[in-house]
Design a protein around this ligand. Sequence first.
Ligand code: OGA
Ligand code: NI
Length: 349
Amino acid sequence: MEDLDQTFIQAPEHRADSNSIPNQPEEIPVIDLSRLNDPEDIQNVISEIGDACETWGFFQVINHGVPCDARKRVEETVKIFFDLPMEEKIKVKRDEVNPAGYHDGEHTKNVRDWKEVFDIYFKDPMVMPSSTDPEDEGLRVVYNKWPQFPSDYREACQEYAGHAEKLAFRLLELISLSLGLPKERFHDYFKEQMSFFRINRYPPCPRPDLALGVGHHKDADVISLLAQDDVGGLQISRRSDGVWFPIRPVPNALVINIGNCMEVWTNDKYWSAEHRVVVNSTRERYSIPFFLLPSHDVEVKPLEELLSPENPPRYKGYKYGKFYVSRNRSDFKKLEIQNIQIDDFKVVT
Ligand code: OGA
Ligand code: NI
């Protein structure tokens, strides 16, 4: 990644300085989850989460129960791996059949991202559709890939993922309550969850004005839980006017955001915000998102309980696994057309 190849160059309207107000003091909420220990405060926490999901689609949590030690361990271990020579890293490279492992050529919206990633499925093995063809019911079983070195890579990652998944379900329950639904309303959708977590490494970039670490996108999952280091670079687009705001790194906090599935389930009440990652020319940055995904056979559509004659469904249903594999196609190469997006399932009114 020494020279800035053409494939990295963002269109002018998508570059780091476009439409952003980096010094604006407005911030997404930081919610202290230890308040849930106080029975009198629980309802306040739930409504603050609901408000954040509606207004921003993003919030941060502190005192969230993911132990600092587990996070520190995974951060240190993955750094040892990413510092290895390329010939070592590509031994665990992902391919068109198995999306788990190391990868450095990801594209978002057909422009290459300035990053390296390592993807790990929460369930190992994980079941996903074998093709994008809606008529084809074939399934594929995929296994994680693990490097030989550092030797505790697998253990450190699995330990962290276990904690992140637990928190993801806790948050899902709080979100469900914030919608006036039973706590466990969503649980059945995760029997064969396709959740995965990802290590992102953003190397210093010679032209942060032209390239992005991740181009503007919405996450295709239910919710994401992101651990970011202290470098900063994540920006989100405000729901009310599309202006870009930075997400300030808060020590030991996790950044939570709503993905496409939750947006569809709530018929657009909760917002899946566009976000992007700005890079810089001096410091590398790491982030570790955990993406909570439903089972491949779940039909994602607006929840009946939230619909009414005044609030008719805004989306057609879609099979989650097919959506996921269709989106993944563009990770390997620049396609002639934009890959599948949630808006393709919008009901035209
Ligand atoms: C992502 C993402 C943000 C970050 O991986 O989908 O949005 O700060 N990452 O790395
Ligand atoms: Ni994202």
